[in-house]
Design a protein around this ligand. Structure first.
Ligand code: FAD
Length: 468
């Protein structure tokens, strides 16, 4: 993983000059690319417009509370993100459950179900849990099993799947409205950021096959027990510094062009940086604005990749109202609830974060309306919240949290290579095959670095392999 010391400095460009790279964007994709290129011996500069690293997965202070902009989880099958956690020495701060175990609480029927796995091989690892899942009838459970087997036979990379929607496929495979709500959307909305009817069958098949039908432990859930910023900003910065990356924050790139000598010229206010390689690791709209003419055949396709919002509702109670670290909810607008007390540094009481995906209808709702809506719902779900005092209530709104995983999005997502030698794209929205996740971001960063190192004839054995 460390810098390749076997190659003499300056081998690409003559004595004394190391091959250089500029990475634009300090989200997970950009950080990953910068680390990978620096580890291969390149002279790397990372430019980030904001005052911190971490992009869409960050923390901020609210008085004494350290708040994540949105609850982030990953799964054991997110092997590239786990590689990233190891690379920044943060894996112990975001551990995985030993075994998948998701409490699912129905607000209307006051029943608790659990999605758990056993140690049995796939698909038996979920059979016992499904057989006793109280939120579905016996017939619905049997139908879910049949649909899961049919899903297993799909190839997520098949372009024909990308143009179909997951909801229609579920209906055609006998899934009731209740089964979609209590199972498929419960998982799918949180991972895809869209309800089944709005999601590409290809992406949904990818999520469910990889998470639930590949390896028994694939869907075990991991999440940061510290503020996200401790890992994505603090530890990432430390790793970048020790890899020798020059990191510039509050440095917004305004243009990328080819200079007369053939190298790339990256302009930021007050400076122009020359480099052999540029990795553009920003969102699709910013990529469109910064791409030099001709770099993609149809750059306007990038603008066809829509975005989707995620809302987080944050509630601080004066006492403990939830015993479990997290749960998912049914029969209520509440989706997933996480206990963030310890991670936030709250000394007394309890801090819950509600993660509300596919939040198109609520993303602009006033705080007062959201308060009126969610506090009674939490009381319905958590009896201990009755009579508890709410010490703080606030929301975080990420209007462009992810790319929208709509049918047809797959053909709009570009790969890492552009038409221009030395210019590469990264970002969770590029063609990784994954929905917009931390895993997708890290994979894209690795893929871009790998493409750049291949073009420079540099070894990249140090890089995480599966993303190839
Ligand atoms: C609320 C919320 C909840 C989420 N939950 C999950 C989850 O549970 N699990 C999961 O896996 N994923 C989740 N995601 C998605 C995940 O956070 C993203 O997919 C991932 O962080 C994207 O990383 P990225 O590097 O591709 O892009 P970004 O994070 O968008 O990084 C791009 C960076 O480029 C910078 N930039 C833009 N333009 C310029 C410029 N001109 N010059 C310099 N810098 C520039 C931006 O400031 C930004 O820092 C969630 C996202 C949100 C918002």
């Amino acid at each position: 993983m460390r810098q390749d010391d076997s190659r003499p400095e300056g081998d690409a460009d003559g004595p004394g000059k190391r091959a250089s790279a500029v990475v634009v964007g300090g989200g997970l994709a950009g950080i990953t690319s910068a680390l990978a290129l620096a580890d291969a011996g390149l002279d790397v500069t990372l430019l980030e417009g904001r005052p911190r690293l971490g992009g869409l997965a960050f923390s901020f202070q609210r008085g004494d509370l350290t708040v994540d902009n949105g609850q982030h989880v990953y799964l054991r099958c997110c092997t590239a993100y786990r590689w990233f956690l190891d690379r920044v020495e943060g894996a112990h701060l975001a551990p995985l459950q030993e075994r998948l175990d998701v409490p699912v609480l129905d607000a209307d029927r006051h029943r608790l179900g659990r999605l758990r796995r056993t140690a049995l091989p796939v698909p038996l690892h979920l059979a016992a849990s499904l057989a006793t899942y109280p939120h579905l009838s016996l017939a619905e459970r049997a139908n879910v099993g049949r649909a899961a087997l049919a899903l297993k036979g799909l190839d997520p990379a098949d372009p024909a799947l990308d143009s179909q929607d997951f909801g229609s496929w579920l209906a055609a495979h006998g899934q009731s409205k209740r089964a979609v709500e209590a199972l498929w959307d419960l998982v799918g909305v949180a991972t895809l950021n869209a309800v089944a009817g709005d999601a590409s069958l290809g992406l949904a098949a990818m999520v469910f096959k990889t998470g639930l039908l590949s390896d028994p432990g694939a869907a075990d859930i991991g999440w940061a027990r510290v503020p996200l910023g401790d890992i994505h900003d603090g530890l990432a910065r430390k790793a970048l510094d020790s890899a020798g990356v020059r990191t510039e924050l509050r440095t917004r790139v305004t243009s990328i062009s080819r200079s007369k000598n053939g190298s790339w010229r990256v302009e930021v206010p007050g400076e122009a940086i020359e480099a052999d390689t540029v990795v553009l690791a920003v969102a699709q709209a910013e990529t469109h604005d910064l791409l030099p003419d001709g770099a993609l055949d149809e750059p306007d396709r990038l603008l066809g990749i829509d975005t989707a919002p995620i809302l987080n509702v944050h509630v601080v109670y004066d006492r403990k109202v939830l015993k479990k670290p997290f749960f998912a909810a049914l029969g209520t607008p509440v989706q997933w609830v996480f206990d963030r007390t310890e991670a936030s540094g709250l000394a007394a009481g309890q801090y819950l974060a509600l993660s509300q995906s596919a939040a198109q209808d609520e993303i602009d709702a006033p705080v007062a309306a959201l308060r009126e809506r969610y506090l009674p719902e939490l009381e319905r779900l958590l009896p201990a919240a009755h009579g508890a005092r709410v010490l703080d209530f606030f929301v975080t709104r990420e209007r462009t949290a992810t790319f929208a995983p709509t049918p047809g999005v797959g053909r709009l997502r570009p790969g890492a290579r552009t038409n221009e030698a030395g210019l590469y794209l990264a970002g969770a929205w590029t063609a990784t095959g994954w929905p917009a996740t931390m895993e997708s971001a890290v994979r894209s960063g690795i893929t871009a670095a790998r493409a750049a190192l291949t073009a420079l004839d540099r070894p990249h054995d140090h890089l995480f392999e599966e993303a190839a």
